[in-house]
Design a protein around this ligand. Sequence first.
Ligand code: NAD
Length: 312
Amino acid sequence: MKNRMIQNIAVIGTGLMGCGIAQVFAGNKDLTVYTFDSILSKDQVLNKVSSNLNQLKEKKLISQKEIDDLINRIFPKDKMEDAVKDADFIVECIPENMELKQNMFRYIESLCPEDTIFATNTSVMSITEIAERTEKKSRIVGTHFWNPPYLIPLVEVVKSDYTSDEVMNTTYELLKKVNKSPVKVNKDVPGFLANRLQHALWREAISIVENGIADPATVDEAIKLSFGLRLPRLAPMENADMVGLDLTLSIHSYILKHLENSTEPSKLLREKVKNGELGFKSGKGFQQWTPAQIEESNKSLREYLIKVIYGR
Ligand SMILES: NC(=O)c1ccc[n+]([C@@H]2O[C@H](COP(=O)([O-])OP(=O)(O)OC[C@H]3O[C@@H](n4cnc5c(N)ncnc54)[C@H](O)[C@@H]3O)[C@@H](O)[C@H]2O)c1
């Protein structure tokens, strides 16, 4: 099957994720990126991208000329129509609200070419449901980027009940072209692939704290100093083969009935949110956070990712 030529990208909503996603596409000299945000100004968008790129420049991963060229391939527009009218591929990065996303896709259908691909960056919501109000549902696909999108390689390409194979393949190839590591998720299930895995671990971590087995810092330390350390080289499916499926069966036969299996958020989590203990946002969540600790946590994560991904 022949994949479609993609040249013009539109990014709708350029907050935390949209800015980084615009940056990813503009990193390829064959692509031109148009953006639209209902609140943010052109300068805010371009300044955010510049600030991301300057971190990479500090590590000598990009030159000033490459930054200037990349920024010159991004065109923030004042009207949605101007951003999408010539787009081959549109990525929606507006807030996580079903109605908002459904209405936006319904609206832009009348504004852009018939074969434009519509991608949604929803974190967990059904792509099939997001497509529900559009005429041509086969062109809608999930592209779940991870934060920060210009550093984390994975993008989950999610097939709805309607997405055509051509749209899946074109999207997959486009993401490879911009140096991402796409994976295809062939069924539209809540949380797609990686968030299902991630939140299975979070549910158990919160349960361990709630049941007084260990405090929050100890839970994180136990993960970071054990299987967390080897995860980038050895993930569960290969690990199970390595230790033997017979041993895995014995362990699961004994332990699974003791693991957290609640289908509701934990009582501890709900109480904390009710008390305004939101984490970094309020200075207290599962743990206390000073502004300096918050800054350090954000900075050290970015530096760690740059080191792992680029070796600097
Ligand atoms: N934050 C994350 O870590 C993360 C990770 C993966 C996926 N996502 C998903 O990406 C999407 C965007 O999340 P975010 O964190 O970037 O949100 P955000 O609030 O930072 O950005 C959303 C932007 O959309 C703009 N906007 C709102 N309504 C609009 C409209 N009708 N038209 C155009 N612009 C509009 C807002 O002004 C804002 O700048 C959500 O679906 C979210 O679930 C977020």
